[in-house]
Write a protein that binds this ligand. Sequence first.
Ligand code: MV4
Length: 480
Amino acid sequence: MKKILVANRGEIAIRVMKTAKKMGIKTVAIFSKADRNAPHVKMADEAVCVGEAPSNQSYLLGDKIIEVAKNLQVDAIHPGYGFLSENADFAEKCEANNIIFIGPKSKAIRMMGNKLAAKDAVKEYDIPMVPGVDEAITDVEKAKIIAAEIGFPILIKAAAGGGGKGMRVVESEADFEFQMNRAIGEATSAFGDGSVFIEKYVSSPRHIEIQVMADAHGNIIHLFERECSIQRRHQKVVEEAPSSVLTPELREKMGEAAVLVAKSCAYLGAGTVEFLLDENLNFYFLEMNTRLQVEHPVTELITGLDLVEMQIQIARGEVLKVKQEDLHIKGHAVELRIYAEDPLNDFLPSVGNLEKYQLPVGEGIRVDNGYEEGMDIPIYYDPMLAKLITYGKNREEAIQLMIEAIAKYEVKGIQTTLPFGAFVMQHQAFQSGNFDTHFVKKYFSAKIIHAQQKQEAEVAALIALQQYLKDQKTLRLPKI
Ligand code: MV4
Protein backbone atom coordinates (compact mmCIF):
# COMPACT_ATOMS: atom_id res chain seq x y z
CA MET A 1 0.00 0.00 0.00
CA LYS A 2 1.85 3.04 -1.28
CA LYS A 3 -0.80 5.74 -1.44
CA ILE A 4 -3.95 6.43 0.61
CA LEU A 5 -6.70 8.89 -0.20
CA VAL A 6 -8.31 10.33 2.92
CA ALA A 7 -11.97 10.98 2.12
CA ASN A 8 -12.53 13.41 4.96
CA ARG A 9 -11.57 16.80 6.40
CA GLY A 10 -10.62 18.42 9.71
CA GLU A 11 -8.97 16.69 12.62
CA ILE A 12 -9.69 13.12 11.49
CA ALA A 13 -8.14 13.64 8.05
CA ILE A 14 -5.03 14.97 9.79
CA ARG A 15 -5.07 12.11 12.30
CA VAL A 16 -5.14 9.50 9.51
CA MET A 17 -2.41 11.23 7.49
CA LYS A 18 -0.15 11.38 10.53
CA THR A 19 -0.08 7.59 10.77
CA ALA A 20 0.17 7.13 6.99
CA LYS A 21 3.29 9.34 7.02
CA LYS A 22 4.71 7.40 9.95
CA MET A 23 4.25 4.21 7.91
CA GLY A 24 5.88 5.72 4.81
CA ILE A 25 2.60 5.81 2.85
CA LYS A 26 1.84 8.76 0.55
CA THR A 27 -1.38 10.70 1.17
CA VAL A 28 -4.01 12.33 -1.02
CA ALA A 29 -6.38 14.91 0.45
CA ILE A 30 -9.71 15.87 -1.04
CA PHE A 31 -11.29 19.22 -0.26
CA SER A 32 -14.24 21.45 -0.99
CA LYS A 33 -14.00 25.06 -2.12
CA ALA A 34 -14.58 26.19 1.47
CA ASP A 35 -11.55 24.17 2.62
CA ARG A 36 -8.92 25.15 0.06
CA ASN A 37 -6.67 26.59 2.80
CA ALA A 38 -7.48 24.00 5.43
CA PRO A 39 -4.62 22.29 7.32
CA HIS A 40 -5.52 18.80 6.04
CA VAL A 41 -4.94 20.03 2.47
CA LYS A 42 -1.48 21.38 3.30
CA MET A 43 -0.51 18.21 5.09
CA ALA A 44 -1.18 15.83 2.18
CA ASP A 45 1.33 14.96 -0.55
CA GLU A 46 -1.36 15.66 -3.16
CA ALA A 47 -4.73 17.40 -2.88
CA VAL A 48 -7.73 17.58 -5.17
CA CYS A 49 -10.75 19.87 -5.01
CA VAL A 50 -13.89 17.74 -5.36
CA GLY A 51 -16.57 20.40 -5.38
CA GLU A 52 -18.57 23.13 -3.73
CA ALA A 53 -18.73 23.81 0.00
CA PRO A 54 -21.88 21.82 0.91
CA SER A 55 -20.84 18.25 1.71
CA ASN A 56 -23.41 16.73 -0.67
CA GLN A 57 -21.52 18.55 -3.44
CA SER A 58 -18.05 17.52 -2.24
CA TYR A 59 -17.17 15.14 0.62
CA LEU A 60 -20.20 12.93 -0.05
CA LEU A 61 -19.60 12.51 -3.79
CA GLY A 62 -18.50 8.87 -3.72
CA ASP A 63 -18.19 8.40 -7.49
CA LYS A 64 -16.16 11.54 -7.93
CA ILE A 65 -13.84 10.58 -5.08
CA ILE A 66 -13.29 7.12 -6.59
CA GLU A 67 -12.50 8.77 -9.91
CA VAL A 68 -9.88 10.98 -8.22
CA ALA A 69 -8.43 7.92 -6.51
CA LYS A 70 -8.13 6.07 -9.83
CA ASN A 71 -6.55 9.03 -11.60
CA LEU A 72 -3.91 9.37 -8.88
CA GLN A 73 -3.32 5.62 -8.65
CA VAL A 74 -4.39 5.40 -5.06
CA ASP A 75 -4.29 1.95 -3.42
CA ALA A 76 -6.74 2.56 -0.58
CA ILE A 77 -9.31 5.02 0.74
CA HIS A 78 -9.66 5.85 4.42
CA PRO A 79 -13.12 7.32 5.04
CA GLY A 80 -12.54 8.66 8.58
CA TYR A 81 -15.88 9.02 10.43
CA GLY A 82 -19.10 10.60 9.18
CA PHE A 83 -19.43 11.34 5.44
CA LEU A 84 -18.95 8.05 3.49
CA SER A 85 -17.58 5.98 6.37
CA GLU A 86 -20.74 3.90 6.87
CA ASN A 87 -21.98 3.98 3.32
CA ALA A 88 -22.13 0.35 2.18
CA ASP A 89 -22.59 1.30 -1.49
CA PHE A 90 -19.43 3.38 -1.40
CA ALA A 91 -17.42 0.55 0.21
CA GLU A 92 -18.75 -1.78 -2.50
CA LYS A 93 -17.81 0.64 -5.30
CA CYS A 94 -14.28 0.95 -3.93
CA GLU A 95 -13.86 -2.82 -4.09
CA ALA A 96 -15.37 -2.93 -7.60
CA ASN A 97 -12.77 -0.39 -8.70
CA ASN A 98 -9.89 -2.30 -7.14
CA ILE A 99 -9.37 0.24 -4.39
CA ILE A 100 -9.15 -1.01 -0.81
CA PHE A 101 -11.79 0.50 1.47
CA ILE A 102 -10.10 0.81 4.87
CA GLY A 103 -12.95 -0.59 6.90
CA PRO A 104 -15.27 -3.57 7.02
CA LYS A 105 -16.88 -5.27 4.01
CA SER A 106 -20.02 -3.62 2.65
CA LYS A 107 -22.11 -6.55 3.88
CA ALA A 108 -21.16 -5.91 7.52
CA ILE A 109 -21.77 -2.17 7.14
CA ARG A 110 -25.22 -2.85 5.69
CA MET A 111 -26.12 -5.41 8.33
CA MET A 112 -25.09 -3.29 11.30
CA GLY A 113 -26.62 -0.16 9.75
CA ASN A 114 -30.03 -1.69 10.25
CA LYS A 115 -30.74 -2.21 13.96
CA LEU A 116 -33.17 -5.05 13.31
CA ALA A 117 -30.79 -6.86 10.99
CA ALA A 118 -28.08 -6.38 13.64
CA LYS A 119 -30.28 -7.93 16.34
CA ASP A 120 -31.06 -10.76 14.00
CA ALA A 121 -27.38 -11.43 13.34
CA VAL A 122 -26.35 -11.50 17.00
CA LYS A 123 -29.38 -13.55 18.11
CA GLU A 124 -27.51 -16.80 17.55
CA TYR A 125 -24.90 -15.83 20.11
CA ASP A 126 -25.35 -15.45 23.82
CA ILE A 127 -25.42 -11.64 23.84
CA PRO A 128 -27.74 -9.82 26.27
CA MET A 129 -30.29 -7.57 24.57
CA VAL A 130 -32.90 -5.19 25.95
CA PRO A 131 -36.27 -6.96 26.20
CA GLY A 132 -38.29 -6.11 23.11
CA VAL A 133 -39.34 -7.21 19.66
CA ASP A 134 -36.99 -8.28 16.92
CA GLU A 135 -39.07 -7.22 13.94
CA ALA A 136 -40.61 -4.05 12.56
CA ILE A 137 -44.03 -3.24 13.97
CA THR A 138 -46.76 -2.71 11.44
CA ASP A 139 -49.98 -3.42 13.32
CA VAL A 140 -50.67 -0.85 16.08
CA GLU A 141 -53.05 -3.08 18.02
CA LYS A 142 -50.63 -5.99 18.01
CA ALA A 143 -47.81 -3.64 19.01
CA LYS A 144 -49.86 -2.32 21.95
CA ILE A 145 -50.28 -5.84 23.28
CA ILE A 146 -46.54 -6.48 22.99
CA ALA A 147 -45.80 -3.14 24.69
CA ALA A 148 -48.07 -4.05 27.59
CA GLU A 149 -46.28 -7.40 27.89
CA ILE A 150 -42.86 -5.74 27.97
CA GLY A 151 -44.19 -3.14 30.41
CA PHE A 152 -44.19 0.65 30.13
CA PRO A 153 -42.23 2.82 29.72
CA ILE A 154 -41.13 1.46 26.37
CA LEU A 155 -39.00 3.00 23.65
CA ILE A 156 -39.88 3.08 19.97
CA LYS A 157 -36.79 3.08 17.75
CA ALA A 158 -36.18 3.40 14.02
CA ALA A 159 -34.57 0.34 12.43
CA ALA A 160 -32.50 2.57 10.15
CA GLY A 161 -31.80 4.95 13.04
CA GLY A 162 -28.90 5.91 15.18
CA GLY A 163 -28.09 9.07 17.05
CA GLY A 164 -31.53 9.12 18.63
CA LYS A 165 -33.48 10.09 15.51
CA GLY A 166 -36.91 8.53 15.31
CA MET A 167 -36.74 7.49 18.97
CA ARG A 168 -39.78 8.04 21.24
CA VAL A 169 -40.35 7.12 24.85
CA VAL A 170 -43.90 5.94 25.54
CA GLU A 171 -45.08 6.14 29.14
CA SER A 172 -48.50 4.52 28.78
CA GLU A 173 -50.73 2.66 26.37
CA ALA A 174 -52.87 5.77 25.83
CA ASP A 175 -49.86 7.54 24.34
CA PHE A 176 -48.70 4.61 22.21
CA GLU A 177 -50.38 5.18 18.85
CA PHE A 178 -49.56 8.88 18.73
CA GLN A 179 -45.85 8.33 19.52
CA MET A 180 -45.61 5.40 17.12
CA ASN A 181 -46.92 7.53 14.26
CA ARG A 182 -44.47 10.30 15.13
CA ALA A 183 -41.59 7.82 15.21
CA ILE A 184 -42.60 6.41 11.82
CA GLY A 185 -42.88 9.94 10.39
CA GLU A 186 -39.49 10.96 11.74
CA ALA A 187 -37.83 7.76 10.53
CA THR A 188 -39.35 8.10 7.07
CA SER A 189 -38.17 11.67 6.59
CA ALA A 190 -34.72 11.10 8.14
CA PHE A 191 -33.84 7.70 6.63
CA GLY A 192 -36.42 7.02 3.92
CA ASP A 193 -37.33 3.92 5.90
CA GLY A 194 -40.22 4.04 8.35
CA SER A 195 -39.62 0.68 10.05
CA VAL A 196 -39.74 0.96 13.82
CA PHE A 197 -39.50 -1.53 16.68
CA ILE A 198 -40.07 -1.58 20.45
CA GLU A 199 -37.74 -2.07 23.40
CA LYS A 200 -38.12 -1.80 27.14
CA TYR A 201 -36.94 1.69 28.10
CA VAL A 202 -33.85 1.61 30.30
CA SER A 203 -34.39 4.83 32.22
CA SER A 204 -30.98 5.78 33.63
CA PRO A 205 -28.38 4.00 31.59
CA ARG A 206 -24.71 4.55 31.05
CA HIS A 207 -23.40 4.34 27.52
CA ILE A 208 -20.44 1.99 27.43
CA GLU A 209 -18.85 0.96 24.17
CA ILE A 210 -16.18 -1.62 23.40
CA GLN A 211 -13.52 -1.12 20.75
CA VAL A 212 -12.96 -4.20 18.62
CA MET A 213 -10.41 -5.02 15.97
CA ALA A 214 -10.70 -7.92 13.52
CA ASP A 215 -8.23 -9.13 10.92
CA ALA A 216 -8.89 -11.07 7.72
CA HIS A 217 -7.62 -14.31 9.29
CA GLY A 218 -10.36 -14.81 11.85
CA ASN A 219 -8.66 -13.07 14.78
CA ILE A 220 -10.85 -10.67 16.76
CA ILE A 221 -9.73 -8.77 19.85
CA HIS A 222 -11.29 -6.08 22.00
CA LEU A 223 -9.45 -3.03 23.29
CA PHE A 224 -11.59 -2.50 26.41
CA GLU A 225 -14.30 0.08 26.92
CA ARG A 226 -14.99 3.76 26.57
CA GLU A 227 -17.48 5.52 28.83
CA CYS A 228 -19.53 7.96 26.72
CA SER A 229 -22.45 8.86 28.95
CA ILE A 230 -21.75 12.61 29.03
CA GLN A 231 -23.66 13.69 25.94
CA ARG A 232 -26.05 16.46 24.94
CA ARG A 233 -28.91 15.65 22.59
CA HIS A 234 -27.13 12.51 21.38
CA GLN A 235 -23.94 14.43 20.72
CA LYS A 236 -21.11 13.10 22.87
CA VAL A 237 -19.16 15.73 24.77
CA VAL A 238 -16.82 13.86 27.12
CA GLU A 239 -15.49 10.33 26.76
CA GLU A 240 -13.08 8.41 28.92
CA ALA A 241 -11.31 5.09 29.23
CA PRO A 242 -11.51 3.01 31.26
CA SER A 243 -14.99 3.39 32.78
CA SER A 244 -14.92 3.91 36.54
CA VAL A 245 -17.79 1.45 37.08
CA LEU A 246 -16.64 -1.70 35.31
CA THR A 247 -15.08 -4.47 37.33
CA PRO A 248 -12.44 -6.62 35.62
CA GLU A 249 -15.03 -9.43 35.42
CA LEU A 250 -17.69 -7.24 33.79
CA ARG A 251 -15.08 -5.79 31.43
CA GLU A 252 -14.16 -9.28 30.32
CA LYS A 253 -17.80 -10.28 29.85
CA MET A 254 -18.61 -7.18 27.81
CA GLY A 255 -15.42 -7.57 25.81
CA GLU A 256 -16.30 -11.16 24.98
CA ALA A 257 -19.83 -10.13 23.98
CA ALA A 258 -18.40 -7.40 21.71
CA VAL A 259 -16.08 -9.90 20.03
CA LEU A 260 -19.09 -12.15 19.36
CA VAL A 261 -21.00 -9.24 17.80
CA ALA A 262 -18.03 -8.68 15.48
CA LYS A 263 -17.97 -12.38 14.71
CA SER A 264 -21.70 -12.42 13.91
CA CYS A 265 -21.18 -10.09 10.94
CA ALA A 266 -17.75 -11.37 9.82
CA TYR A 267 -16.30 -8.03 10.83
CA LEU A 268 -13.05 -6.61 9.48
CA GLY A 269 -11.00 -3.74 10.87
CA ALA A 270 -11.85 -1.30 13.68
CA GLY A 271 -15.37 -1.28 15.03
CA THR A 272 -17.27 -0.27 18.14
CA VAL A 273 -19.96 -2.23 19.92
CA GLU A 274 -22.35 -0.05 21.94
CA PHE A 275 -23.97 -1.22 25.13
CA LEU A 276 -26.34 0.24 27.67
CA LEU A 277 -25.43 -0.43 31.30
CA ASP A 278 -28.23 -0.13 33.85
CA GLU A 279 -28.01 0.79 37.56
CA ASN A 280 -27.56 -2.85 38.49
CA LEU A 281 -24.67 -3.21 36.04
CA ASN A 282 -26.67 -5.33 33.59
CA PHE A 283 -25.46 -4.67 30.07
CA TYR A 284 -27.40 -4.82 26.81
CA PHE A 285 -26.20 -4.76 23.22
CA LEU A 286 -27.47 -1.68 21.39
CA GLU A 287 -25.74 -1.42 18.03
CA MET A 288 -22.39 -1.64 16.28
CA ASN A 289 -20.66 1.31 14.65
CA THR A 290 -18.67 0.16 11.67
CA ARG A 291 -16.09 2.94 11.60
CA LEU A 292 -13.18 4.43 13.51
CA GLN A 293 -14.87 6.63 16.10
CA VAL A 294 -14.23 10.22 17.14
CA GLU A 295 -13.29 9.07 20.64
CA HIS A 296 -10.70 6.45 19.59
CA PRO A 297 -7.77 8.42 21.16
CA VAL A 298 -8.71 7.51 24.74
CA THR A 299 -8.37 3.85 23.77
CA GLU A 300 -5.02 4.54 22.11
CA LEU A 301 -3.71 6.21 25.27
CA ILE A 302 -4.68 3.43 27.68
CA THR A 303 -3.48 0.61 25.38
CA GLY A 304 -0.46 2.27 23.77
CA LEU A 305 -1.73 1.22 20.32
CA ASP A 306 -2.18 3.25 17.12
CA LEU A 307 -5.66 2.30 15.89
CA VAL A 308 -5.18 3.82 12.44
CA GLU A 309 -1.98 1.83 12.00
CA MET A 310 -3.86 -1.33 12.93
CA GLN A 311 -6.62 -0.48 10.44
CA ILE A 312 -4.05 -0.08 7.68
CA GLN A 313 -2.22 -3.29 8.59
CA ILE A 314 -5.52 -5.19 8.55
CA ALA A 315 -6.46 -3.62 5.20
CA ARG A 316 -3.13 -4.87 3.82
CA GLY A 317 -4.15 -8.36 4.86
CA GLU A 318 -1.75 -8.68 7.76
CA VAL A 319 -2.36 -10.75 10.86
CA LEU A 320 -3.15 -8.80 14.06
CA LYS A 321 0.14 -8.25 15.88
CA VAL A 322 -1.39 -8.26 19.36
CA LYS A 323 -3.29 -11.02 21.12
CA GLN A 324 -6.01 -10.48 23.70
CA GLU A 325 -3.81 -11.71 26.53
CA ASP A 326 -1.08 -9.20 25.63
CA LEU A 327 -3.42 -6.27 26.23
CA HIS A 328 -3.60 -4.38 29.51
CA ILE A 329 -5.08 -1.08 30.57
CA LYS A 330 -2.47 1.43 31.66
CA GLY A 331 -3.52 4.75 33.18
CA HIS A 332 -6.63 6.79 32.44
CA ALA A 333 -7.60 9.05 29.53
CA VAL A 334 -10.30 11.70 29.21
CA GLU A 335 -11.41 13.39 26.00
CA LEU A 336 -13.31 16.64 25.61
CA ARG A 337 -14.83 17.53 22.25
CA ILE A 338 -14.41 21.20 21.47
CA TYR A 339 -17.27 22.46 19.35
CA ALA A 340 -17.69 25.90 17.80
CA GLU A 341 -20.92 26.32 19.72
CA ASP A 342 -21.99 28.79 22.37
CA PRO A 343 -22.79 27.02 25.64
CA LEU A 344 -24.28 30.28 26.97
CA ASN A 345 -26.71 30.48 24.08
CA ASP A 346 -28.25 27.02 23.84
CA PHE A 347 -25.20 25.66 22.01
CA LEU A 348 -25.98 27.58 18.82
CA PRO A 349 -23.26 27.20 16.19
CA SER A 350 -20.71 29.98 16.53
CA VAL A 351 -19.15 30.83 13.19
CA GLY A 352 -16.51 33.44 12.50
CA ASN A 353 -12.79 33.93 12.37
CA LEU A 354 -10.35 32.21 14.71
CA GLU A 355 -8.59 35.45 15.66
CA LYS A 356 -6.56 33.67 18.27
CA TYR A 357 -6.03 29.92 18.45
CA GLN A 358 -3.32 28.52 20.73
CA LEU A 359 -3.35 24.89 21.78
CA PRO A 360 -2.22 23.71 25.20
CA VAL A 361 0.96 21.62 25.23
CA GLY A 362 2.60 19.46 27.85
CA GLU A 363 3.13 15.94 29.08
CA GLY A 364 -0.11 13.96 29.09
CA ILE A 365 -1.87 16.45 26.81
CA ARG A 366 -2.89 15.48 23.27
CA VAL A 367 -4.88 17.71 20.92
CA ASP A 368 -6.35 16.21 17.74
CA ASN A 369 -7.06 19.45 15.94
CA GLY A 370 -8.33 20.50 12.53
CA TYR A 371 -7.95 24.28 12.54
CA GLU A 372 -5.39 27.06 12.87
CA GLU A 373 -5.27 30.70 13.90
CA GLY A 374 -6.68 33.12 11.32
CA MET A 375 -9.03 30.59 9.69
CA ASP A 376 -12.74 31.11 9.19
CA ILE A 377 -14.93 28.36 10.59
CA PRO A 378 -17.10 27.13 7.72
CA ILE A 379 -20.81 26.74 8.45
CA TYR A 380 -21.17 23.71 6.20
CA TYR A 381 -19.72 20.96 8.34
CA ASP A 382 -19.75 19.41 11.78
CA PRO A 383 -18.92 22.15 14.31
CA MET A 384 -16.23 20.14 16.10
CA LEU A 385 -12.91 22.03 16.05
CA ALA A 386 -10.72 19.66 17.97
CA LYS A 387 -10.51 17.04 20.67
CA LEU A 388 -8.58 17.74 23.83
CA ILE A 389 -7.34 14.53 25.40
CA THR A 390 -5.48 14.14 28.68
CA TYR A 391 -3.75 11.12 30.11
CA GLY A 392 -2.68 10.41 33.66
CA LYS A 393 -1.77 7.49 35.85
CA ASN A 394 -5.28 7.57 37.29
CA ARG A 395 -8.66 9.27 36.71
CA GLU A 396 -8.07 12.14 39.16
CA GLU A 397 -4.81 13.01 37.46
CA ALA A 398 -6.35 12.95 33.98
CA ILE A 399 -9.25 15.18 35.10
CA GLN A 400 -6.93 17.65 36.86
CA LEU A 401 -4.74 17.82 33.78
CA MET A 402 -7.86 18.43 31.66
CA ILE A 403 -8.88 21.37 33.87
CA GLU A 404 -5.40 22.88 33.43
CA ALA A 405 -5.35 22.20 29.68
CA ILE A 406 -8.76 23.86 29.19
CA ALA A 407 -7.44 26.96 30.96
CA LYS A 408 -4.41 27.02 28.65
CA TYR A 409 -6.48 26.58 25.45
CA GLU A 410 -6.80 30.07 23.93
CA VAL A 411 -9.58 30.84 21.47
CA LYS A 412 -10.74 34.28 20.39
CA GLY A 413 -13.21 35.24 17.68
CA ILE A 414 -15.76 32.51 18.25
CA GLN A 415 -17.49 30.81 21.16
CA THR A 416 -16.60 27.23 22.05
CA THR A 417 -17.69 24.49 24.44
CA LEU A 418 -14.45 24.85 26.46
CA PRO A 419 -16.24 26.54 29.42
CA PHE A 420 -18.81 23.78 29.29
CA GLY A 421 -15.97 21.25 29.50
CA ALA A 422 -14.61 23.05 32.56
CA PHE A 423 -18.07 22.82 34.10
CA VAL A 424 -18.23 19.04 33.55
CA MET A 425 -14.68 18.44 34.85
CA GLN A 426 -15.36 20.38 38.05
CA HIS A 427 -18.74 18.83 38.73
CA GLN A 428 -19.02 16.60 41.77
CA ALA A 429 -21.12 13.99 39.93
CA PHE A 430 -18.53 13.70 37.18
CA GLN A 431 -15.60 13.64 39.56
CA SER A 432 -17.20 10.94 41.71
CA GLY A 433 -18.03 8.86 38.64
CA ASN A 434 -21.67 8.77 39.68
CA PHE A 435 -23.49 9.86 36.52
CA ASP A 436 -25.56 8.55 33.60
CA THR A 437 -26.72 9.72 30.16
CA HIS A 438 -28.91 12.38 31.81
CA PHE A 439 -25.94 14.30 33.27
CA VAL A 440 -26.18 17.40 31.05
CA LYS A 441 -29.98 17.67 31.25
CA LYS A 442 -29.87 17.15 35.01
CA TYR A 443 -27.09 19.53 36.01
CA PHE A 444 -26.30 22.01 33.28
CA SER A 445 -27.68 25.47 32.67
CA ALA A 446 -26.10 28.55 31.07
CA LYS A 447 -26.58 30.31 34.43
CA ILE A 448 -24.02 28.05 36.06
CA ILE A 449 -21.36 28.98 33.50
CA HIS A 450 -22.27 32.66 33.94
CA ALA A 451 -21.80 32.32 37.69
CA GLN A 452 -18.54 30.41 37.19
CA GLN A 453 -17.18 33.08 34.83
CA LYS A 454 -18.24 35.90 37.15
CA GLN A 455 -16.46 34.20 40.03
CA GLU A 456 -13.33 33.76 37.90
CA ALA A 457 -13.46 37.45 36.90
CA GLU A 458 -13.73 38.44 40.56
CA VAL A 459 -10.74 36.31 41.49
CA ALA A 460 -8.77 37.82 38.61
CA ALA A 461 -9.72 41.33 39.76
CA LEU A 462 -8.62 40.54 43.32
CA ILE A 463 -5.28 39.20 42.13
CA ALA A 464 -4.79 42.31 39.99
CA LEU A 465 -5.62 44.58 42.93
CA GLN A 466 -3.24 42.72 45.21
CA GLN A 467 -0.46 43.07 42.66
CA TYR A 468 -1.26 46.76 42.20
CA LEU A 469 -0.98 47.43 45.92
CA LYS A 470 2.25 45.44 46.13
CA ASP A 471 3.71 47.33 43.15
CA GLN A 472 2.80 50.65 44.72
CA LYS A 473 4.59 49.70 47.93
CA THR A 474 7.69 48.69 46.00
CA LEU A 475 7.64 51.88 43.96
CA ARG A 476 7.41 54.01 47.10
CA LEU A 477 10.52 52.46 48.63
CA PRO A 478 13.14 55.14 48.91
CA LYS A 479 16.15 54.56 46.71
CA ILE A 480 19.44 54.03 48.50
C1 MV4 B 1 -31.99 3.17 24.58
C2 MV4 B 1 -32.12 3.92 25.77
C3 MV4 B 1 -32.88 3.36 26.78
N1 MV4 B 1 -33.48 2.17 26.61
N2 MV4 B 1 -32.59 1.97 24.47
C4 MV4 B 1 -29.85 6.59 22.04
C5 MV4 B 1 -29.24 6.52 20.68
C6 MV4 B 1 -29.16 5.10 20.30
N3 MV4 B 1 -27.81 4.74 20.00
C7 MV4 B 1 -29.70 4.32 21.45
N4 MV4 B 1 -30.07 5.26 22.47
C8 MV4 B 1 -30.71 4.85 23.59
N5 MV4 B 1 -31.29 3.63 23.54
C9 MV4 B 1 -33.33 1.51 25.48
N6 MV4 B 1 -33.95 0.34 25.32
C10 MV4 B 1 -31.50 5.14 25.86
C11 MV4 B 1 -30.81 5.64 24.77
C12 MV4 B 1 -30.22 6.92 24.97
C13 MV4 B 1 -28.86 7.12 24.96
C14 MV4 B 1 -27.96 6.09 24.71
C15 MV4 B 1 -26.62 6.30 24.72
C16 MV4 B 1 -26.13 7.56 24.97
C17 MV4 B 1 -26.96 8.59 25.19
C18 MV4 B 1 -28.34 8.40 25.18
C19 MV4 B 1 -29.18 9.47 25.43
C20 MV4 B 1 -30.53 9.28 25.42
C21 MV4 B 1 -31.05 8.01 25.18
